[in-house]
Write a protein of this length. Structure first.
Length: 319
């Protein structure tokens, strides 16, 4: 499979500004048959179109539960279509003096094509470090003036499960896994374009397998650690469940020749990607009761609250 830098350049110029990170529903992709809360009071799904481009990310509503607020989650894993704008600055932010977007550090340029030749337009981001994924959220928040962040493990599992009490979003029957996931039984050792499998009952695609998704694990001790949720295209049946998670390992950068090794790219983790979350707007009643800063009635946040999300003060995650 070709991985030349020349091909990489063509992909960047030919797809990033014209491609879209969301697609029309495909035939035969009905949601999993799981009982869900009433959607009557839920905010609608929406497309977040990046200003000045035709690239968009579709966000779907996840209902509140157990007194905890709901949120929007990206329907798919974030694809290269949007990430290219962030990495290479081809959104034009650097051309505008004083643009707040450029106040956020962008990742170093990858020294090899990080898509590994698996595919680019419509394919999930891979080889991304947690730092890289977190910075994308900060950049996107500043770019759109909406507060985006990475999910916690609890939020991810709730949204991915969509009310399921089984090992997967569709229950406990492993015979159905191939309908919902790319894993070692059908992926042929590569990622695949998003939205080619069935979504869960809340419209979330590729929750199992394909690219692993960076999340923040909040321990009983209050410490925040970073993990990948959902399993990957390399995972076996029991490694792509709702409870599956992987913690970063040194071997994920084993072949990186740089000294020091990159903080942005994982040379030996062609499975590390991301999915993003945006909290629902906080009402005046909720704000008065909680006495905490958060999104205003329009759903927009300050850049500080958008960094970590939903009005929480920034905390340092541990690897």
């Amino acid at each position: 499979m070709p991985t030349s830098l020349g091909r990489w350049s063509v992909l960047l110029c030919g797809s990033s500004l014209l491609g879209a990170a969301s697609f029309a529903p495909l035939a035969g992709q009905e949601p999993a048959a799981v009982v869900t809360p009433s959607a009557a009071a839920l905010p609608a799904a929406y497309l977040e179109t990046l200003p000045g481009t035709r690239v968009s990310i579709r966000m779907v509503p996840i209902p509140p539960a157990d007194g905890k607020p709901g949120f929007w989650l990206s329907e798919c894993e974030i694809t290269w279509d949007a990430y290219d704008l962030f990495i290479f600055g081809i959104d034009g932010a650097r051309d505008r003096e004083g643009d707040a977007v450029d106040a956020y550090t962008r990742p170093s340029k990858p020294y090899i094509p990080p898509d590994r030749g698996f595919g680019h337009e419509g394919y999930p981001v891979i080889s991304s470090s947690f730092k890289n994924a977190k910075q994308f959220c900060r950049w996107l928040s500043a770019k759109t003036r909406n507060g985006y962040r990475l999910p916690t493990v609890a939020e991810w599992r709730y949204a991915a499960g969509a009310g399921s009490t089984g090992k997967w979003c569709f229950g406990d029957d492993p015979a159905q896994l191939g309908d919902y996931a790319w894993f070692d039984g059908n992926a042929d050792w590569t990622t695949h374009p998003v939205r080619k499998k069935k979504p869960n009952a809340w419209g979330v695609y590729d929750a199992h397998g394909n690219a692993g998704e960076w999340c923040v694990e909040v321990g009983k001790d209050g410490k925040r650690r970073v993990v990948l949720c959902g399993g990957t295209f390399e995972g076996q049946t029991d490694e792509v469940t709702l409870s599956a998670l992987e913690r970063p390992e040194e071997r994920w950068q084993m072949s990186d020749p740089q000294i020091p090794k990159s903080k942005w790219w994982l040379s030996d983790a062609p499975f590390a990607g991301l999915r993003i979350l945006r909290p629902f707007p906080v009402t005046e009643v909720e704000t008065d009761a909680k006495k905490k800063p958060g999104p205003d009635s329009s759903g927009k946040t300050s850049e500080q609250s958008a960094t970590v999300g939903s009005g929480s003060s920034p905390q340092k995650e541990e690897r």
